[in-house]
Structures are given as C-alpha cells and as structure tokens.
Unconditional design. Structure first.
Length: 150
C-alpha cells in the first residue's frame, strides 16, 4: 500500500467516525432513530452513487459497532432505547460491555443511576430513559442497590 492510499484510508475512517458521531447526536436531538441513508445523502451531497453507497455502508457499520453510540450515550445525549436499537444490544449492560471493550470510561454506572433515584436527585422516568428500561426496571435496580447498601 502506498503512502497516498494509507492517507486516504485514514481520512475516510476519520470522516466516517465524525459522521457516525454526528448521526448519533442527531438521533439524540430528535429522540428517534434517523434514517442512515437520508443522513448520508445530506452529509455527502456531492458524492456519486457508488461512493455514497460505500460511505453509507461504512457509516452504518461504524454505528452498529457501537463505539460512537456509547460515546454519545455516556454523555447523556442519547436515550438508552435508541442506543440499544442502534447497536442491536439486548440491554444496557451490553452498552457497558462496548465501553469496556473499547477502553472508554462510562459517564455513569447503573448503580450511580439507582443511587441518584433513591436520593431523589434523578426522576425515575429520566433514569429509565437513560438506561433504556421501563420504570419497573429502574425500581428493581434501586431496590437491589438499597439492599447492597444495607
């Protein structure tokens, strides 16, 4: 591989990562999953059909890999249900697994969320939104945290 080819690969990878973060943040702002193909067409309006298809697939793969999703989620910018949907994860623990595999520091732990709820500094509904569970799931988490603390 030539230096030029390597440079182009790095540039594309950097552009895909930047686009993935922008996409995930847009999902968070809208509160819903945004169509990846439409997002890609807005992001790269001058690209031809072949390059756009390649970039769109690379974008979708990066999002599905989870790193940009958990990076935004851990900053409270993305609801848990959307994070779970984008990554295909079955529960919030899988999001923490992505953080751990990629040496990313979590912005919060489920135990912290439970403590904040039990202290009254975080509403149950907001905690449920963050973790992507229903309010019963939060109550179970709080009950377990209280039992451990006793």
């Amino acid at each position: 591989m030539t230096d030029i080819e390597e440079d182009q690969r790095r540039r594309r990878a950097s552009e895909i990562r930047s686009a993935a973060l922008a996409y995930v943040r847009e999902c968070g702002r809208r509160g819903e999953v945004v169509d990846v193909a439409k997002f890609a067409r807005r992001r790269w309006p001058r690209d031809g059909a072949v390059k756009l298809a390649i970039m769109t697939q690379a974008l979708a793969d990066d999002i599905r890999g989870g790193v940009p999703v958990v990076d935004v989620w851990r900053r409270f910018e993305l609801p848990g249900k959307i994070a779970l949907h984008l990554t295909g994860a079955s529960g919030y623990q899988a999001l923490y697994d992505v953080l751990e595999r990629n040496a990313l520091t979590p912005g919060f732990t489920a135990t912290q969320i439970a403590r904040w709820v039990s202290e009254g500094s975080l509403a149950v509904e907001r905690a449920a939104e963050i973790l992507g569970v229903d309010t019963n799931g939060i109550q179970d988490l709080v009950d377990k945290a209280v039992q451990r603390g006793s």
